[in-house]
Every structure is written in C-alpha cells, then in structure tokens.
Write a protein that binds this ligand. Structure first.
Ligand SMILES: Cc1cc2nc3c(=O)[nH]c(=O)nc-3n(C[C@H](O)[C@H](O)[C@H](O)COP(=O)(O)OP(=O)(O)OC[C@H]3O[C@@H](n4cnc5c(N)ncnc54)[C@H](O)[C@@H]3O)c2cc1C
Length: 454
C-alpha cells in the first residue's frame, strides 16, 4: 500500500499528473475547485478546460520544438495528447482540437480510473506534511487564498501575479556586424563580466521612426479583470512608455549612456539592450521591452531595429495575469519545493507557458511523485529532449533574477559543437532526431513502470 498522491488543480497539468501517477499504480486524489469556486477565465466544470484558443500549436515533430514535445508526450503515454489526437480538427500543420470533446475525454478517463478520486473543493492553503505527497497545479489563476499561502511559504517576491515578457531572440539570428557586446560604463556584473549585454544602436531618425511605429502598432487589450490586478504599474508596456513622450524611451530602457558603438566610436542616440536569458547563451531577451503589441506587429517593428533585421524570436512579448513562482530558485530538479519537499509544483505556475508545456510538466511531476511513493529512482529526462530542456530551464537553466514564463523552443536545447557545422533547418531536424533517440533511452531506462505493475 502506498500513500495517496494529492493533486491540487484539475487543469492541463493536474489532469496529466493524475493520469501518469494512477497508471503507475498510485492512488490519486485530484482536488479541483470548479464548480464550487470559478476562475475569471474557465467556463465549465470539465477537467483540462482550454480557456482560450483550441490550438496545441505545431504538430511537426521534426522541425518544431512544440511538435517534438507532442511526440515525446505521446511516447510517454500522455492522456492529454491521447485526448487531443482523438478529437483533432483540420488545422493545417497545427494540432487543433474540439475543446468540449477534448475536455470531456480527459474528464471521463480520470473519473473512470479505478485509482483516481475527484474531490470538488477549493484548497485554501498549502497542505502540511500530513499529506505525504502533493502536486500543486493550480495554474495562472490560482485562487487568492492559496496564492497568499504560497507567497508566505516562498517569500512574497518569489510569486508573481503578472508576467511581463520581453521578446526573446535566438543569438544566432543577430547581425554582429552591427551589434556589439558591452555593459554600461563597462561595469562589472555579478558574474564578473564587463560586456554582458548585446547592444543595438539607433540614430535619431531610426529612433523617431521606431517610436512612431510602436505608437501606431496594433495592440491587444487588457481584460477588465486584468486591469484590477495589482502590480501592473510596475511593468509598463514599452508602447505605453513611448506614449508618454517621444524621448521617454531614450531616457528609459533605450538610454545610451555609458555605451560606445565601436563602429563609429560614438554614443548612439538610443540603444536596445539584450540580456542573456539562459545558461547556454543561445537566448537573449530585449531589456524592458514587455509589450501588448500583437505578435505579428512585434516581429515587423522589432526587425526594423539595426542588427535585428533577420531576428528569429524564441518567444514574443506579452503581459498577462499569470500566477507563477520563481522556479529556478525554489524548485529542485524533480520539481519539489526545496524548503518543503513533500510539495511539488506543476504546470503554468512553474513558469512554463502554454497548454502543452503545462501538461508536459504535469507529466513529469506525476511520474516523479509516483516513483518517490514507490521508492524507486526516476531520473529527469535528458536535456537533449524537449521534456528535459523545458524542465532544466525552469529548474536552473533560466536566470532566477529575471525569470519569466517560457514556451518550449530549440534555444533551450544544448547546441551541437560548432565544428559539426549544422545550421538552420538541418539543426532543428538534428535536434529532433537526437531528442527522439535520447527519449527512447530514458523511457526504456525508466524501469520503475514495470516495478510498479508487479
Ligand atoms: C485568459 C487566459 C488565456 C490563455 N490562453 C491560452 C492559449 O490560448 N493557449 C495556450 O497554450 N495557453 C493559454 N493560456 C495559458 C493557459 O492557462 C495554460 O497554458 C494552461 O491552462 C495552464 O495549465 P495549468 O494546468 O497549469 O492551469 P489550468 O489549466 O488553469 O488549471 C488549473 C486548475 O486549478 C484549479 N484551481 C485553482 N486554484 C485552486 C485551488 N485553490 N484549489 C483547487 N483547485 C484550484 C482551477 O480551477 C483550474 O482548473 C491562457 C491563460 C489565461 C489565464
């Protein structure tokens, strides 16, 4: 007899975690507050409800990191992927689903599972260690009282209520004929470097045109309930700052002080700075560029910045209501809260972004928790897989000081050695092939599944 696994939240992550653990022989109690208490976005009491789009994005496992994640999850026996495949709709290369049939299929599979019990209640505080193993998967709209309890346990400044995502760029797509490395005043950073930033210069005319484009660009609106959430003033969108005056940005995030363009040996009129976003050094974020511009507009406008003409974006900017913890600081490699290891976190609250990524972290949390209750070891997936790349990003690969939610993308994967000379499409395909091979090793090495079945 093993102890029960308690999972709080029956969304994408909690449902997948419940399935993975139950399938390995663990009794699961899934606590879901709907319909007793609703959220601002959910409309039904179904498990794994899709609150907005009905798309799981690209299903191309050979060329796209989220497509690869789909395929890895299928091979790991994912319920979310099984239900999505069973209820897919025509959508070209994307995996779009009939949202009601999808959620109904997930709900039915869990309600009928002999080892899953569904408890419709709000959990208002983090459970004590009387519950031996817990997964918190309450998502971007975690209820207020549980959010307060998490903030008490982790420290108020380790839990965010909004994400403020600046666009993130693949380093290999930046033109270093224009860009240069330098920190303001060559000041030494915490890592000892004096040239930690990538700088992109704008002359006065380029700057004026850029500000005009920001003001004219098409934006998405804040929802009414997002406007009333605290902390919004602290991270203003770049276009809102631009609207306060033509030179506001040149005295704010685009100020050129302490910088000298090595091509002209002069200080530019304004500068866009990029800061390293992952340990691998493959991803760089645009400092201070959180934005509500529509995605296509971001690509169009940001590619007018000198040096970014061919920029490839690992993710685009945004600003949303979103509860998430500082996972790189708080969680260990098995998603346990370091200070209270009977608690695991999964889903969007760990700082991944999107339905698929949330379910993927649920899948891992469910497996890790099950292995622990069965007293068998479970290694994290290799970093060369999409599951492993995402996990290692949120549990240490990302910079804890500037942590913001992340989609899966090939920039999170370890690069091939330069000598291999694998570029562009070939690089993605080689990364996918490597991932598939390494995933097989990981899945077949996970002997605990068989042990659980005995
Ligand atoms: C408005 C909005 C739009 C979005 N649009 C998209 C999109 O188009 N595409 C995309 O990929 N992602 C989108 N996202 C992100 C999306 O929420 C996540 O990708 C995904 O749903 C997160 O999965 P999750 O399991 O972590 O959280 P959820 O799916 O939200 O599940 C969390 C569950 O926990 C329950 N819960 C919360 N607090 C408690 C409590 N105290 N006790 C018990 N139960 C609790 C909730 O009722 C919910 O069922 C959107 C998010 C929001 C807020």
């Amino acid at each position: 007899m093993t102890a029960d696994l308690h999972i709080i939240g029956g969304g994408l992550a909690g449902s997948e975690a419940a399935w993975q653990a139950a399938e390995s022989g663990i009794p699961v109690i899934l606590h879901e507050m709907r319909p007793v208490r609703g959220t601002e976005a959910h409309q039904t009491d179904s498990l794994a409800e899709l609150v907005c789009s009905n798309s799981f994005r690209s299903d191309d496992a050979a060329n796209n990191a989220v497509g690869l994640l789909h395929e890895e999850m299928r091979r790991a026996g994912s319920l979310v992927m099984r239900a999505a495949d069973a209820h897919k709709l025509p959508a070209g290369g994307a995996l779009a689903v009939d949202r009601h049939a999808f959620s109904a299929a997930v709900s039915k599979a869990l309600e009928n599972h002999p080892r899953v019990r569904l408890s419709r209640e709000e959990i208002t505080g983090l459970p004590s260690a009387d519950w031996e193993s817990v997964i918190v998967a309450t998502g971007p709209l975690t209820s207020a009282s549980l959010g307060a309890s998490i903030a008490d346990a982790t420290g108020q400044d380790q839990l965010a209520f909004f994400d403020a995502i600046a666009p993130i760029i693949h380093r290999e797509s930046i033109d270093f004929g224009i860009a240069w490395f330098q920190s303001r005043y060559d000041k030494e950073g915490p890592g000892g470097g004096v040239a930690d930033y990538i700088n992109l210069p704008l002359d006065e005319e380029q700057y004026r045109n850029f500000v005009a484009a920001l003001l004219e660009g098409e934006k998405t609106d804040f929802k009414q309930w997002e406007k009333t959430t605290p902390y919004f003033e602290a991270c203003l969108p770049i276009e809102v700052m631009a609207a306060r005056g033509e030179q506001t940005l040149a005295f704010g995030p685009m100020k050129p002080v302490g910088l000298q363009d090595p091509r002209s040996n002069r200080r530019p009129h304004a500068v866009v700075q990029l800061r390293q976003d992952n340990k691998l050094g493959t991803l760089w974020n645009m400092v201070g560029f959180q934005t509500k511009l529509k995605h296509a507009e971001q690509v169009r406008i940001f590619r007018t910045i000198p040096g970014l003409e061919k920029a490839q974006f690992a993710r685009l900017g945004g600003l949303h209501r979103n509860t998430f913890i500082n996972s790189p600081r708080l969680l260990d490699e098995q998603l346990r809260l370091k200070s209270r290891p009977h608690l695991r976190f999964a889903g969007q609250i760990t700082g991944v972004e999107g339905y698929v990524e949330s379910a993927a972290i649920g899948l891992l949390a469910g497996r890790f928790a099950a292995a622990e209750l069965l007293e068998i070891s479970a290694l994290p997936p290799p970093r060369t897989t999409a599951l492993g790349a995402l996990l290692s990003h949120i549990t240490g690969g990302a910079d804890a000081r500037t942590f913001q939610p992340m989609n899966v993308n090939f920039g999170l994967f370890p690069e091939f050695p330069k000598s291999a000379k694998i570029r562009g499409k070939d690089r993605k395909q080689a990364m996918s092939a490597r991932a598939m091979q390494d995933l097989s090793g990981w899945l077949s090495g996970a002997r605990w599944e068989e042990a659980a079945a005995e």
